[in-house]
Design a protein around this ligand. Structure first.
Ligand code: C2O
Length: 489
């Protein structure tokens, strides 16, 4: 079980991803996660971090201001957490197993949900549609979480403006918008004022599908914002809620306008003397069918198998020990520390990529950071097979997103766009389709921390790596000892 976004200072053992910070909890077994939440306020969430189990095992983790403190905005009358989920009419574990067997892309989901309910636009589900009550004039807080597996989502409330006040448990400089876009893993807190004629309005979410020609679930999930003073409907009948106009599925302009609106509330201490200047490509790949393999195992495009990588390394989890155990106990042979700081070969990342660069190398490669070192990381999307937006999540850290853009990152041109004054602090960055994002952080939390695409289909294919952050000198700069009930493999 992972608490997504909780920094877990020195308590990496409580982070949760299987084979990274712990072995999985066996059926019937138990493990008590012990950790402290410090300096974070807003909305995070928890989810299973084993295969695709998080499809149905997740929930909100809400951190309110300390007793006696208040929000840095008008106190909302009510608060509602809205968890956007993804549903298969099948066991999601069977869906991913089939994909791993055949080498093809997994089936897309059959529905999206809001707090577990698909809503009125699907067959037979309208009697359980989530109702969010409001009173005319009041201002409420919606805590929106994309807990879906594989799809970025647009989110709207018909006829209502949304004021964004926080994201990933950090406050932001408030801005007003009619539409949100969240990648899986991201959270957005918004204020909504009930200033419209008292009736019923749909709250709706549907795909932002940035990959050209790739199949996706094109359905729409809804809940209902219901004014309590709405006139009583005639017997039995219900007033049909007003439906918002959703952005087109491929509306990258709207997604970009949203993601580039984020600022920290005030000037923030962005690291400037950079110890590690890193450049990671993030993208898909296609492996040729292994010699002698049955064609039924190579059902990817043109008889291949799907894969994915960062810097041409396709990440493989260990199976006997967690990476954190192997690191802390010095167990050899579990991982190597040769994850490259730069792509092994430079190429036109977002152009027409030569087929010879489509097959990454599998491995369990980590990148080592010393305690307290500063990192700048350029996340560069590739157009291998297809360009696509990637929600990249770093465990154990928040980072500043100092710039994003399209095409290949160009240091001489693009460093001038860096926001070193008030960039947003996040735990998951939306790397634009066919583009890049630049993040910065200080390695102040010792342990082993996964960096991965939060589309579970991509992590399955290997779109991940991990940072090994060494201990500092004092006890407060050192990973705690593992708990006695830490599961064994
Ligand atoms: Cu939301 Cu690796 O996790």
């Amino acid at each position: 079980m992972h608490r997504h976004g909780v920094r877990q200072m020195r308590t990496g053992w409580a982070d949760g991803p299987e084979f990274v910070t712990q072995c999985p909890i066996r059926p019937g077994g138990s493990y008590t996660y012990r950790f402290t939440i410090q300096g974070q306020e807003g909305t995070l969430w928890w989810h299973a971090h084993s295969s695709w189990l998080r499809a149905t095992v997740y929930g909100a983790l809400i951190i309110r201001p300390k007793e006696g403190d208040s929000y840095p905005f008008q106190k909302p009358k009510r608060e509602t957490a809205l968890l956007l989920g993804e549903w298969w009419n099948a066991n999601p574990i069977d869906v991913v197993r089939q994909a791993t067997r055949t080498g093809a892309a997994p089936n897309v989901s059959d529905a999206y949900t809001i707090n577990g309910q698909p809503g009125d636009l699907y067959n037979c589900s309208s009697k359980d549609t989530l109702i969010v009550p409001v009173d005319s004039g009041e201002t409420n807080l919606l805590r929106v979480v994309n807990s879906g597996l594989n799809q970025q989502l647009f989110f709207k409330v018909a006829n209502h403006k949304l004021t964004v006040v926080g994201a990933d448990a950090s406050y932001v400089k408030p801005f007003t918008t009619s539409v949100l876009m969240l990648g899986p893993g991201q959270t957005t807190d918004v204020l909504i004022t009930a200033d419209q004629p008292p009736t019923r309005y749909y709250i709706a979410a549907r795909a932002y599908a940035s990959a050209q020609g790739a199949p996706f679930d094109n359905t729409t999930t809804t809940a209902i914002l219901e004014y309590k003073s709405a006139p009583c409907p005639a017997k039995g009948a219900k007033i049909k809620p007003v439906m918002p106009t959703m952005p087109a599925f491929n509306d990258t302009a709207t997604a970009t306008a949203f993601t580039t609106s984020f600022r920290s509330p005030r000037q923030v201490p962005v690291p400037t003397n950079i110890d590690h200047n890193l450049f990671f490509t993030v993208g898909l790949g296609l492996n040729n069918c292994p010699p002698g393999a049955s064609r039924s195992t190579c059902q990817g495009p043109n008889g291949t198998r799907f894969t994915a990588s960062m810097n041409n390394a396709s990440f493989v989890l260990p199976s006997n020990f967690s990476l954190l155990q192997a690191h802390q106990q010095g167990i050899p042979g579990v991982f190597t520390t040769d994850f490259p700081a730069n792509p092994p070969v430079q190429f036109d990342y977002t152009g027409n990529v030569s087929r010879s660069l489509w097959q990454p190398i599998r491995g369990t490669k980590l990148y080592t950071l010393k305690y307290g070192e500063t990192v700048q990381l350029v996340l560069q999307g590739t157009s291998i097979f297809t360009a696509e937006n990637h929600p990249i999540h770093l465990h154990g850290y928040d980072f500043y997103i100092i710039a994003e853009g399209f095409g290949n990152f160009n240091p001489s041109r693009d460093t001038t766009k860096f926001n070193l004054v008030d960039p947003p602090l996040r735990n998951t960055a939306s790397v634009p389709v066919g583009g890049w994002a630049v993040i910065r952080f200080v390695a102040d939390n010792p342990g082993v921390w996964l960096l991965h695409c939060h589309l579970d289909v991509h992590i399955t294919w290997g779109l991940a790596m991990a940072f090994l952050v060494e201990n500092g000198v004092s006890e407060l700069q050192t990973l705690e000892a593992p708990p006695a009930d830490l599961p064994v493999c």
